[in-house]
Design a protein around this ligand. Sequence first.
Ligand code: PEP
Length: 253
Amino acid sequence: MRQQIAAANWKMNLTFDQAENLLDEILKVPHDLQAHQKVVFAIPFPYLQFAQNKISEIRNFFTAAQNCYTQSRGAYTGETSAEMLQSIGVGYVVLGHSERREYFGESNAMLEEKVAMALTYSLTPIFCCGEPLQIRESGAQNGYVEKQLKESLFNLHEEQIQKVVIAYEPIWAIGTGKTATAAQAQEMHAHLRKVLAGKYGDIIAGEIPILYGGSVKGNNAKEIFSQPDVDGGLVGGASLIAADFTQIIDALK
Ligand code: PEP
């Protein structure tokens, strides 16, 4: 059965105390998830080990990094490797978030290297893709996102692509309060699944989780997640509010 994931992207927010309180608030609620339903917290690097210790015993809960480097180790001051993340038990890494593409110049080619590195160290990449507003307005979004997938993922072997999670995040919907409609999300997810099927076949494409990201909130998650090709969400702002993110986790059910 295809996995469903509620992923929190805390970005560069929260002090240590605030992070601890938020995690405690969310973890104290019994979530009672099925085996294929997962919750992932993409946590700032300084708190990752702490969060990992806190949730490693909780079934279906995992930590993620928000980035990793293209190399395993060496003289790359300020960078963090997939090998380091693996060594503290982190399970996932968000790669290619539009903020990293825009502010840190991450290209499809660089992301191809990062995805490969994550897989080498048994991290599940949450590979982000999505179009800016002007591309959406010109109607060219399908081709734009398809290109991101092809250039970063399509050199993976069959057994590798099955370990990737995709997050479709239209840039115009991130942090803007402007959500894609459930129908717009479904349309793009179905398109991406078709593109994946064209390369890897229907069975593999049918098993790859595709999350939606872009102003998911407690009160709209259920409708978006109910779409047949939407397998959960990658959530920024609302993941910083315990009650909201709890509602989003519950929307997986
Ligand atoms: C994100 O940063 O991945 C995101 C989707 O943010 P928000 O939920 O705030 O739009």
